[in-house]
Design a protein around this ligand. Structure first.
Ligand code: NAD
Length: 491
């Protein structure tokens, strides 16, 4: 009998939410949902099919064409968004428990998620009220102005890492813009997405504006991507899934925003603040269980401090507390699902022939009672990893890091850019000129200099190369969900 924490009042089944009602799949299909510390099913969820997507898109289309939401004044929509933000914060403890239970994320790290999700709603509420568009006058000849309008039904497809918070990234700007939406959350972690339905209803969002269809990517996700009544797809997930969705969107020439995978480098120069670099590079790959798109999963270290760095880093990694995600002392919890666990473990095995194992390398010892079958992986550090190694090139998305030495700035840049990905980069040096030159040349959508992964909501978020297409963040998100029609009149 497992002794793990189970939140109260878990749903007996997780349903879709279509046109203001919780419903099962039309054909009655379901799938099992596992908790990651025992890998046993704790509930079932409705497995959406094409018919369910059709029903959700019909509701969203009706709400867009005939409902009040797209026509409301920005201030009126903003007032609803503020109420949503307050309701999210009011549920923060419950949400953290649910996320920890469903995803295996340590509870201390799950606790910040509601605040960040709420902030997304407040931010886009403020942005739509402050929004202004261009008017251009050609004296005596012509007046041109921009008539900004929501595009229509947006399809939102999200991954299982920090699911609720990542859903808020898409829900807040799409709804703020006046679009109506169909959300297809990740099948590994459907628990918290249902909270949106109640939160939105209580905040006064008109029915049909938000619709939720659970299910598999290949079924529900695919039907949403291919639906001709959905002109926009905002997707966050793996690069290979993004490629497939890109192809499937081509048929209907849909607008796409793609936030994809990463293999981000952290570059530590000899002159860096050593302790800060160690702290940050540990955080970069071991926080959120390493299941973080912007994880600094390749550490490039300059030769002069290489041995000192690898030793200190491995010693710290060995001390990371792995265990029950609900225990506040836990720093790395359980990976989300046995399928993902198998993938991460296969890279751990590959790494043993590609690098020098300094820490971890398998399951941790002393797992909590009753959780012996949980998806636990010890924080794993490989040093001396060559740039053509698979663990250097491929996204592992778990607590596994590859460390590689370099000699010169040029070599560091060449190594940093030597993968198909280009999401984030982290640079550690006390030479400001070098830091900025490096930042400007590294192939990454986002760069942090002597700092880590804190982002102001106004700044662009997105990757280059195989890490994404387009940018979210600030007005860029509003641009994605709205059309900027140009109106011209001759004077
Ligand atoms: P995934 O690509 O397997 O799934 C993401 C979503 O796509 C899920 O909802 C899934 O059901 C759906 N999906 C799968 N196949 C589909 C299809 N054929 N058509 C339509 N939808 C489909 O990704 P994941 O494993 O859930 O998430 C982890 C990945 O997400 C990692 O690669 C990570 O780097 C990436 N990620 C990127 C960012 C970012 O902002 N760049 C943020 C978080 C996660």
């Amino acid at each position: 009998m497992s002794k793990h924490f189970v939140p109260e009042n878990l749903p007996a089944k997780i349903q879709h939410y279509i046109n203001g009602e919780f419903v099962d799949s039309i054909g009655g299909e379901t799938f099992e949902v596992l908790d990651p510390v025992t890998n046993t099913a704790y509930t079932t969820a409705a497995a959406g099919q094409k018919a369910d997507i059709d029903a959700a898109v019909a509701a969203a289309t009706e709400a867009f064409k005939n409902g009040p939401w797209p026509k409301m004044k920005p201030r009126e929509r903003a007032n609803v968004l503020y109420k949503i933000a307050d309701a999210v914060v009011a549920q923060q403890d419950r949400l953290a428990e649910m996320e920890t239970f469903d995803t295996g994320l340590p509870i201390t790290q799950a606790k910040g998620q509601a605040q960040r999700a709420a902030e997304n709603f407040r931010f886009f509420a403020d942005l739509i009220v402050a929004q202004h568009d261009t008017a251009l006058k050609v004296p005596g000849t012509q007046l041109n102005y921009v008539n900004r309008k929501p595009i229509g039904v947006a399809g939102l497809i999200t991954p299982w890492n920090t699911p609720f918070m990542l859903e808020s990234w898409k829900l807040a700007p799409s709804i703020a813009s006046g679009c109506t939406v169909v959300l297809k959350p990740a099948e590994f972690t459907p628990l918290s997405a249902s909270l949106w339905a109640t939160i939105f209803e209580e905040a006064g969002l008109p029915k049909g504006v938000f619709n939720l269809v659970n299910g598999m990517g290949e079924e529900a996700g695919d039907a949403l991507v291919k639906h001709p009544g959905v002109p926009l797809i905002s997707f966050t997930g793996e690069s290979s899934t993004g490629q497939l969705i890109f192809r499937n969107c081509a048929e209907n020439l849909k607008g796409m925003s793609m936030e994809l995978g990463g293999k981000s480098p952290a570059i530590v120069f000899d002159d860096a603040d050593f302790d800060a670099a160690i702290d940050s590079t540990l955080f970069g790959v071991f926080s959120l269980n390493g299941e973080r798109c912007t994880a600094g999963s390749r550490i490039l270290v300059q030769r002069g401090i290489y041995e000192k760095f690898t030793e200190a880093y491995a010693a710290r990694a060995k001390n990371i507390k792995v265990g029950d995600p609900h225990d506040p002392a836990t720093q790395v919890g359980a990976l989300v699902h046995p399928e993902h666990y198998d993938k991460v473990m296969s890279y751990v095995e590959i790494g043993k022939s590609e690098g020098r194992l300094l820490a971890g390398g398998g399951r941790p010892e002393n797992l909590p009672e009753g959780q012996e079958n949980g998806s636990y992986v010890a924080p794993t550090v490989f040093a001396d990893v060559a740039p053509d190694a698979r663990i250097f090139q491929e996204e592992i998305f778990g607590p596994v890091v590859a460390i590689t030495p370099f000699d010169t700035d040029e070599e560091a840049l060449q190594l940093a850019n030597n993968t198909k990905y280009g999401l984030a980069a982290y640079v550690w040096t006390n030479d400001l000129k070098r830091a900025h030159n490096f930042a400007q040349n590294v192939e990454a959508g986002m760069v942090w200099l002597n700092s880590h992964n804190v982002r102001d909501l106004r700044s662009p978020f997105g990757g280059v190369k195989a890490s994404g297409l387009g940018h979210e963040g600030g007005y860029r998100s509003i641009d994605f969900y709205t059309d900027q029609q140009a109106v011209h009149i001759t004077l």
